[in-house]
Design a binder for this molecule. Structure first.
Ligand code: G3P
Length: 220
């Protein structure tokens, strides 16, 4: 499973990219608003992210009709070679996905909460499909089980193009673990959860013991 970072924050992206394990970034309108992003800077900001990351970067459209989404998607895709157009899972989004995919533009279908939605996205040409885990948990449903069903269903078929499942709305290292065990292709993880993924108390304890023992060697 590959790690994407779910953020629009350039400092967070630079820091996590420096670990050497980052394969991509996903953004959405909420994440751009969270960093105080301004409309006039949006495209330049996405370009900066694309330069920081060696891998696909999802930028989301905000139009509601297929024509608006296609126009926005074309503009976003022209920003950088690694730009992926993120489109919401609606009827209009499916139609826009088909048009953009036919033009060779990679689409990430977002806000996916069911197997039926995921299958429709794949059939409409989506390169990436993003089932949300945490938001499903938020309404007392089982987000991990839902993701597992989507991974299994998409794995049953050949869509004639590559389709990767992005486990989205990830909130914890345990979500990452569950996604990896079921074979999700990618997890897009927020900065705070990514920091938790790298930590383990036994690693910290082990390192402290090595340092203490090495001090005995040095001071002998
Ligand atoms: O990229 C979209 C998704 O990951 C959002 O997560 O935490 O806002 O539900 P969250």
């Amino acid at each position: 499973m590959k790690f994407f970072l779910d953020t629009a924050d350039l400092d967070e992206i630079a820091e996590i990219a420096s670990w050497g394990a980052l394969a991509g970034v996903t953004t959405n309108p909420s994440l751009y608003a969270k960093i105080g992003g301004k409309l006039e800077d949006f495209q330049d900001h996405l370009k900066k992210i694309c330069e920081l990351v060696d891998g696909p970067v999802s930028g989301e459209v905000t139009g509601e009709t297929r024509d608006e989404m296609v126009a926005e998607g074309r503009e976003l895709a022209a920003l950088a070679d690694n730009m992926v157009v993120k489109i919401p899972m609606t009827v209009e989004g499916l139609a826009a996905c088909r048009t953009l995919s036919d033009e060779g533009i990679d689409v990430n279908m977002t806000l996916v909460f069911s197997v039926a939605q995921a299958l429709l996205a794949a059939r409409a040409g989506a390169r990436y499909i993003s089932p949300f885990v945490g938001r499903f948990d938020d309404i007392c449903e089982n987000g991990v089980a839902q993701l597992e069903e989507v991974v299994a269903a998409i794995g049953n078929y050949d869509f004639g193009h590559e389709v990767e499942i992005i486990a989205a709305s990830i909130r914890s290292a345990n979500h990452v673990r569950e996604a990896a065990l079921m074979g999700a292709d990618i997890a897009t993880v927020p900065y705070s959860a990514m920091k938790k993924c790298v930590m383990h108390p036994l690693t910290t304890q082990g390192l402290e013991k090595f340092a203490a023992d090495w001090a005995k060697v040095v001071n002998a």
